[in-house]
Design a protein around this ligand. Structure first.
Ligand code: F6R
Ligand code: MG
Ligand code: MG
Length: 368
């Protein structure tokens, strides 16, 4: 059976700052999707990571389907109503446009989708990150799909011997989708050269070179580009099909043990290690640290099993402790050097205004 798997997420208001949505908001979202999605969606699952609500669903409308996107948009508007009723902070924060224009891409919410013929068993992972941006997935995807140090299947499984195709988007380009397709293993130096620049180049999708099947889809939206000013970090979602032709679940999870430093954290203007967290986790220290959750499902004829929590296992407690240490070490230098993002990536205008003022006071000394 051919199905489309969509994850659409947005921050439409949260408790106590940018911490987590309220129970009532989540319930309204679930009720609305259940009611209005009947006949359109085959199945759905609602969860949250930090302040972002994610709608995971299956349907047969294909990628970028107007009906599905409209449902998600209307759902987030319903969520916003609850947020307003309850006085939640940042109500409707990620709904950047007033009316729906056919596709939520470019309107604020983050979207990752793929259409495929279900395998006999179809395990997949859904990742949701908060307080960071889509480039946060560059390193784990590179390591899981192109590096045998994390993905032993690249050496051991004949089904993966031909490697994977990476489609990479230049997210700085705002007049359309500027993308490049590069193949691992031949092009890994080129892939690395792009992916090191996480704020500009972002993995959009990955396909198996064995049979062309799609393995991964990432939400590449940059709120900064859409709104032209700070409205919150982009808090990306990602879908990854696993096992068989694709890396095993554990191979995809393996790079997340690094707790690599990403952009985001407090005011979307700092650098912090990405902490793998359990489902429905909240945000705390320095409005972070940047977090990522992973739910593993199987889907059969479009219906989900219950989720298994990819990061709820004692090993990840040890990782979380290490990541806390990495966060603390970098936080000790406050705003200095690499603890904060470069000027172009600062998500609040304060420093820009300050610089304009200070600039006028600078003088160039006359040569003697
Ligand atoms: C980062 C984030 C928070 C806010 C911070 C200030 O993505 O959401 O760190 O930037 O809490 O929020 P405001 O400007 O809403 O007071
Ligand atoms: Mg927020
Ligand atoms: Mg968020």
């Amino acid at each position: 059976m051919k199905i489309t798997l969509s994850v659409i997420k947005a921050d439409v208001g949260s408790i106590g700052g940018h911490i987590k949505p309220s129970q009532k908001l989540l319930e309204r979202v679930n009720e609305y999707v259940t009611q209005e999605g009947s006949g359109l969606l085959i199945d759905h699952y609602i969860g949250h990571t930090g302040d972002d609500v994610a709608i995971l669903c299956t349907h047969q409308e294909g990628v970028g389907a107007r009906k599905v996107h409209k449902l998600a948009w209307e759902t987030f508007k319903k969520g916003t109503e609850v947020a307003k009723e309850e006085g939640l902070y940042g109500a409707g924060q990620d709904l950047l446009k007033d009316s729906f224009s056919g596709n939520v891409k470019g309107m604020g919410p983050g979207v990752a989708e793929m259409e495929f013929e279900e395998r006999e068993n179809e395990p997949f992972l859904v990742f949701c990150a908060d307080k960071t941006d889509p480039g946060a997935y560059n390193l784990p995807l590179y390591l899981a799909f192109a590096d045998p140090m994390h993905c032993s299947g690249l050496m051991l499984s004949p089904k993966m011997a031909r490697g994977f195709k990476f489609t990479i988007m230049d997210v700085e380009y705002t007049r359309g989708d500027r993308v490049v397709e590069l193949n691992a293993p031949e092009d890994i130096y080129d892939i690395a050269a792009l992916l090191r620049d996480c704020e500009r180049f972002v993995v959009e999708s990955i396909h198996s070179r064995e049979n062309g099947e799609q393995a991964a889809a990432v939400s590449t939206t940059r709120l900064h580009n859409i709104a032209g000013k700070y409205t919150g970090k982009d808090d990306p979602a990602m879908l990854v099909r696993v096992q068989g032709l694709f890396p095993a679940t554990g191979e995809v999870l393996s790079p997340f043990a690094i707790g690599h430093y990403v952009a985001g954290f407090m005011r979307g203007s700092h650098v912090g290690p990405l902490m793998p967290v359990k489902k429905n986790s909240v945000i705390s220290f320095f409005d972070g640290p940047p977090v990522v959750s992973c739910l593993a499902f199987c889907v059969h004829e479009g219906r989900f099993t219950e989720p298994a929590d990819g990061f709820d296992q004692p090993y990840w407690d040890w990782v979380r402790n290490n990541v806390s240490r990495k966060a603390t070490e970098l936080r000790q230098q406050g705003f200095f050097g690499s603890a904060m993002l470069p000027y172009s990536e600062l998500e609040y205008g304060g420093i820009v205004v300050k610089m304009e003022k200070i600039n006028k006071k600078f003088k160039v000394r006359k040569k003697k």
